[in-house]
Design a protein around this ligand. Structure first.
Ligand SMILES: [Ca+2]
Ligand SMILES: [Ca+2]
Length: 261
């Protein structure tokens, strides 16, 4: 009986480990595993519906500790068979005063790193007015003000979210894979959200990954594409239920098989 109890405990522990692995999927060190979306995105710079991004991986951006002002924000990310979808929820930036505010996504589609931007690398810079610059780099530095490639949608707004009710800066991106020639299944990736104030030299900055350098793709993180959605809560419970069922069945069959008396 005691052995059976221990078996059940071990199986429950295995179930919990499975649960942990399933919920932790999406972030491993400096790699983000992008889930396949189950809910379509309306690119309007805000949560169009409360569950619009509930199927996305969520990454907390990391305050750079480079000033006395703390920045906090979140990246939501997912994909469908043709596009990346990103949302940056810059919760700490509630005042749009036109001073160095920006939310940027950096992509290294050939995943070839380098200590300076390469010709395949792109950054989408969403500036203070909500204007967007697509920035490609040919030789060792970013070249600004390139036109937005066909199929890219970027919309910015000041809106509330579940992270902060007070209206703040939010940007949504749709980036088609077709704009990248020879894109790898795992690519270089980085995010920055910065906020300054008129009349102040203070500047707050939140990043992913921490300590990444804007102009050095080798310091960025990675995104890898998952071919499956993030498991629903119900599927997690179904794993636990199935494990419990197996454990109870095993215990019962062992008791039946044990010699009596
Ligand atoms: Ca939306
Ligand atoms: Ca590159």
């Amino acid at each position: 009986m005691r052995k059976a109890f221990i078996s059940v405990v071990i199986l429950i522990l295995i179930a919990i480990m499975q649960l942990t692995l399933m919920t932790a999927q999406g972030y491993s060190g400096s790699q983000i595993l992008l889930p396949l979306l189950t809910k379509p995105v309306t690119v309007d710079g805000k949560w169009t519906a409360a569950d619009e991004w509930s199927d996305a991986v969520v990454i907390t951006l990391i305050n750079c500790n480079c000033s006395s002002v703390t920045a906090n924000g979140y990246l939501y990310a997912k994909h469908d068979p043709s596009n990346f979808y990103f949302l940056i929820d810059f919760a700490s930036s509630t005042v749009l005063d036109g001073q160095h505010d920006n939310m940027d996504v950096f992509l290294d589609p050939l995943h070839n790193g380098g200590t300076v931007p390469q010709s395949d690398d792109r950054v989408f810079v969403v500036g203070t007015s909500g204007g967007v610059m697509n920035v490609g780099a040919g030789v060792s530095q970013w070249s600004l003000n390139n036109p937005l490639p066909e199929g890219v949608k970027v919309v910015f707004s000041m809106a509330g979210s579940s992270n902060r009710a007070q209206p703040h800066e939010i940007v949504e991106f749709m980036v088609p894979f077709s704009m990248f020639s020879g894109m790898q299944s795992t690519i270089g990736f980085s995010v920055a959200a910065g906020h300054g104030s008129v009349g102040s030299s203070e500047f707050s900055l939140a990043l992913w990954p921490a300590n990444r350098q804007r102009d050095n793709p080798s310091t960025w993180g990675e995104v890898a594409m998952s071919s499956t959605p993030i498991p629903e809560f119900s599927s997690v419970w179904s794993v636990i239920a199935a494990t419990l069922l197996v454990s109870v069945t095993l215990t019962w069959s062992r008791r039946r098989a044990s010699p009596k008396g």
